[in-house]
Design a protein around this ligand. Structure first.
Ligand code: SF4
Ligand code: SF4
Length: 558
C-alpha cells in the first residue's frame, strides 16, 4: 500500500484519497469549514491549507490527493502562518456576537478562533454589515453577516436532499446565499443545514434563543417518527426537551434526519396540557370532569383492572400491542395476555402512509412494527375487527395507541364494555376508557426498537418520569463536558407521574401470583434474548450506541 508522511508520521492511503481523508482516519485534525465527508469538495474556505514539501505554495488538504512518498506538514511554521492568515481573513467582517449567537459553544469558527487565530486583527476599517434574521424557509433563519460562504448548505440541498433551493449571489465581500426566486428552503430535510453550517448563520426557528448549549444535557436515542429509526441526540434542560439533532450512524441515517422527525416527535413529551399525569378511573358519576374519568392512585387503578379481568372469559378480552412502544413493553403485554389471561388475541394496528422517499423517510410511520413481528404479534385483520363488531370481544386492553386509525372506530368503541389504556397523552380514545395508566414516553425510558433494516437499536431516558431508570455509566453528557462541567436535567426532579407499560403490567402479574421477576428494563430485554431466537445472545451492551443487525439487512441507499 502506498504511504505518505504527515507531520513525520507515515500513513497508508488508497489511491484517490485526499490528505484530509487520510488524516481524519488516522485521528489527526486538519481544521476545515467547507469540507464534509458526505459532500462534494468545494475547497473554498482555505483553512485546511497545509505545507507540502517541494510544492511551490500551500495546498488545501481537502482537494489534494495523497501521493506515494509525499511529505506534508500541518503543524510547521508555514502551515500555522497560512492558517492564522485565513482566520484573520474570515474574521474581518464576522460580527463579534458570540455572546448572543445560538451557535456559541458548538461553533467551528469560535473553536478555531481560540485554537488557530493569533487573537488580533490588522483590519481597522468599518466592518461590512449585512442583513440579519432572514427567513429562508419555515424552519430556518439566516444571519447574513455570520456566513463564511463555505457552500455546505448549497451543496447539501443539491447533493443530499436532491432539491437545489439555495445559491450564492453577488461577489467578493458582498457574496451571500439566497433561495432561488419564488422558492423557500422548505425541503423535508432542510434543517440539516443548521448543523452543517459551521457558524451561526443558519439557526432553527423552533429552537433559537431557547437554551444555551452548555445548559442542556445530551442523550443518545433514536427517532420514533418512522421505521428508519434515525439515530439522534435528545437535548434537555430542566427535564424539558429543547431540541433533537441527528447523530451519525452510517448504516442508518448517515449524518441526517428529516424535519418531521426533528420537530414533530418531541413536543408531546413536554406538553403539560395533554400529558396524562395520574392514573384515571371511570366513575359512574359522569358529571365528574373528563367524561366521568377521575384521578386515582396507582394501586386503585391496578385493583380495578384486576377486578374487571375477572368479569370476562379469556376469549372475550382483546389485547392491542403498539408498534410505537418498545420491544420490552410489547413482550410483557404478550406474556400477560398468553400466560395470565390465557388468550392469543393480541394484535397491533399498522400505520403505513404514502411511499418511502429517496433519502430516509419510510412509508411505515411506526418505529417498531418489525420488532412486533419478531415477537409473534401480527397486524390486526378483518377477522379480529369483526369480533369487536359482533361484540365477541367485550374488554379491550391497549397500550400506547388508538383505535382511530381503524375503519368503523365508533362502532368498535361502542361495542366494547371495558377499555384499559396505557397512554402518555389524552386523545379521542381516552374518553371511552375505563382505566387509563399514564405511560412514559420514549424520551423517559430505556428500551429497544427494531427498524425496517432489522436493526435493533436502543433508546435511553433523557428526561425523568416517575420511574427514573438509568443504567450505570449512561448518564447524559453536556456540551460543557469538554470544559470539565456537568449539566444533567435529572438533577431537577421528576416531571410527569408516568410509568413504563412493562412495569405496570408486571405489577399486575405479580398480584395475580405470576411474578415475572423483572427489576428493570434491561432484565426484560435479557428475558427476550433468552426466549426469542432472533435475539439470542444480545444484550444492551452488545446493541451499543449504533444498534445491531438481526439477520439480513436491506442495503442503505442514502
Ligand atoms: S450559511 Fe453557513 S453553511 Fe451556508 S454558506 Fe454560509 S456558512 Fe456555509
Ligand atoms: S426519517 Fe423517520 S426516523 Fe428519520 S428523522 Fe425522519 S421520521 Fe425520524
Amino acid at each position: 500500500m502506498p504511504t505518505f508522511f504527515l507531520n513525520g508520521k507515515e500513513l497508508e492511503f488508497k489511491q484517490g484519497e485526499t490528505i484530509i481523508e487520510v488524516a481524519q482516519r488516522a485521528g489527526i485534525e486538519i481544521p476545515h469549514f467547507c469540507w464534509h465527508p458526505s459532500l462534494s469538495v468545494s475547497g473554498n474556505c482555505r483553512i485546511c491549507l497545509v505545507e507540502v514539501e517541494k510544492a511551490p505554495k500551500g495546498m488545501i488538504a481537502c482537494a489534494t490527493q495523497a501521493t506515494d512518498g509525499m511529505v506534508v506538514h500541518s503543524d510547521s511554521p508555514k502551515a500555522v502562518h497560512m492558517r492564522n492568515a485565513v482566520m484573520e481573513f474570515l474574521l474581518i467582517n464576522h460580527p463579534l456576537d458570540c455572546p448572543i449567537c445560538d451557535e456559541a459553544g458548538e461553533c467551528k469558527l469560535q473553536d478555531y478562533a481560540y485554537k488557530y487565530s493569533i487573537g488580533k486583527s490588522r483590519f481597522d476599517e468599518t466592518k461590512n454589515h449585512k442583513d440579519k434574521r432572514i427567513e429562508l424557509g419555515p424552519n430556518v433563519m439566516f444571519d447574513q453577516e455570520r456566513c463564511i460562504s463555505c457552500s455546505r448548505c448549497i451543496r447539501f440541498c443539491e447533493e443530499v436532499a436532491g432539491d437545489p433551493q439555495l445559491t450564492f449571489v453577488s461577489r467578493g465581500e458582498h457574496v451571500t446565499i439566497e433561495t432561488f426566486p419564488g422558492k423557500q428552503l422548505d425541503n423535508p430535510y432542510a434543517m440539516n443545514v443548521i448543523e452543517l453550517c459551521p457558524v451561526g448563520a443558519l439557526t432553527s426557528r423552533d429552537f433559537r434563543f431557547r437554551a444555551r448549549v452548555w445548559d442542556m444535557s445530551r442523550t443518545e436515542s433514536i427517532c420514533t417518527g418512522c421505521a428508519r429509526g434515525c439515530n439522534m441526540d435528545i437535548w434537555a434542560r430542566n427535564n424539558e426537551i429543547m431540541r433533537l439533532t441527528p447523530r451519525e450512524n452510517m448504516d442508518v441515517n448517515q449524518y441526517w434526519m428529516c424535519d418531521h422527525g426533528r420537530l414533530d416527535t418531541f413536543k408531546y413529551v413536554n406538553d403539560e396540557a395533554t400529558r396524562v399525569n395520574s392514573p384515571m378511573m371511570r366513575s359512574d358519576d359522569i358529571s365528574i370532569d373528563n367524561d366521568g374519568l377521575t384521578s386515582c392512585d396507582w394501586d386503585d387503578a391496578v385493583s380495578r383492572v384486576l377486578s374487571e379481568l375477572k368479569n370476562y372469559k379469556a376469549d372475550e378480552i382483546a389485547f392491542i400491542a403498539s408498534p410505537f412502544s418498545t420491544l420490552e413493553d410489547n413482550f410483557v403485554l404478550k406474556r400477560f395476555a398468553n400466560e395470565i389471561v390465557g388468550t392469543k388475541n393480541i394484535v397491533y394496528i399498522p400505520l403505513i402512509e404514502g411511499k418511502d422517499d429517496k433519502l430516509l423517510l419510510r412509508a411505515d410511520k411506526t418505529p417498531n412494527a418489525a420488532g412486533l413481528r419478531y415477537l409473534g404479534i401480527k397486524p390486526i385483520d378483518t377477522k379480529f375487527i369483526n369480533k369487536f363488531l359482533r361484540k365477541e370481544f367485550k374488554m379491550l386492553y391497549m397500550i400506547n395507541d388508538s383505535l382511530g386509525r381503524l375503519e368503523k372506530t365508533d362502532e368498535i368503541a361502542k361495542a366494547i364494555e371495558v377499555g384499559i389504556l396505557h397512554l402518555s397523552n389524552f386523545g379521542e380514545q381516552s374518553k371511552k376508557a375505563t382505566v387509563i395508566f399514564p405511560s412514559s414516553t420514549y424520551a423517559e425510558i430505556n428500551g429497544t426498537f427494531v427498524n425496517f433494516q432489522n436493526r435493533i437499536q436502543r433508546i435511553r431516558p433523557a428526561v425523568a418520569s416517575l420511574e427514573q431508570e438509568r443504567l450505570p455509566g449512561e448518564f447524559a453528557v453536556s456540551r460543557l463536558d469538554k470544559f470539565g462541567a456537568q449539566n444533567d436535567s435529572w438533577t431537577k426532579g421528576t416531571r410527569f407521574n408516568a410509568r413504563p407499560v412493562w412495569k405496570v403490567i408486571s405489577q399486575m402479574a405479580k398480584v395475580l401470583g405470576n411474578d415475572f421477576g423483572y427489576e428493570n428494563t434491561e432484565e426484560v430485554f435479557d428475558d427476550i434474548a433468552s426466549k426469542v431466537p432472533e435475539f439470542y445472545g444480545m444484550n444492551y451492551e452488545s446493541i451499543g450506541t449504533q444498534g445491531s443487525l438481526i439477520g439480513q439487512t436491506e442495503k442503505v441507499t442514502v
